[in-house]
Design a protein around this ligand. Sequence first.
Ligand SMILES: [Zn+2]
Length: 266
Amino acid sequence: MPELPEVETIKRSLNRNVKGKRIKRVEVFVPRLIKNPDSLRSFINSLRGRRIERVKRRGKMLILELDKGFLAIHLRIAGGLQYGKREERARLCFLLDDGRWLNYMDARTLGEIRLVDNTESLDFLKRLGPEPFSYSYHTWYRQLQRSRSKIKAFLLDQQKIAGLGNIYACEALFAAKINPFRPASSLTLSESKNLLTRIKQLLRKAIKYKGTTISDYRDAEGKKGKMQFSLKVYQRKNMPCFVCGDIIQRKIIAGRGTYFCPTCQK
Ligand SMILES: [Zn+2]
């Protein structure tokens, strides 16, 4: 599932490739992906002729700012955007005024696309917690202290911190040497600072490596990321820990398979 680094990678690439271009034609092959407006005809007519001013990201959501309105895209499990030739498997595509295509790809067709007049109308955005890079240590520690969740569940909660998913939550806890089962409120001030620092380091590195490709994820040029080669615990069940040699375990927390080293993570 695309998390913050993957969505950020797509955003940066789109800003290089589609910024300032106009949408000439819209083709929709899976209408149920469009959650707003209700009328498909109105969605298509409103988008035709619009110019893409810039592409933004908030949490795991991509927002194409148009000369009139915003196209908000939640990629969910397997969504992605690719710029270039027209893709056979696109679920939705836009012909741009440079003659190239912006394709919305989604093997699972669980993504959500909304065309809105202003982003204030998006309930999802209202509920999102702070971006990892803009969290202050003080606020972060206070949020952890208030929580009644396990730290792993806290990291996955988009209302607490926006953009982390299962991969980077597992990896951040390993990097910070914190056991995923611990209550968030049990972290000391120095542990909580260290965790936030590790989260930021990990995300920066993952953005530099253009994300993690385990199955579907591709960047906006159709290329795989390289961060999967730097993961330390995710999907390494029963394999030896790179640090201590103990066996990596997998346990379910908040419905998600959680990978950790029982020796390194206290
Ligand atoms: Zn270990």
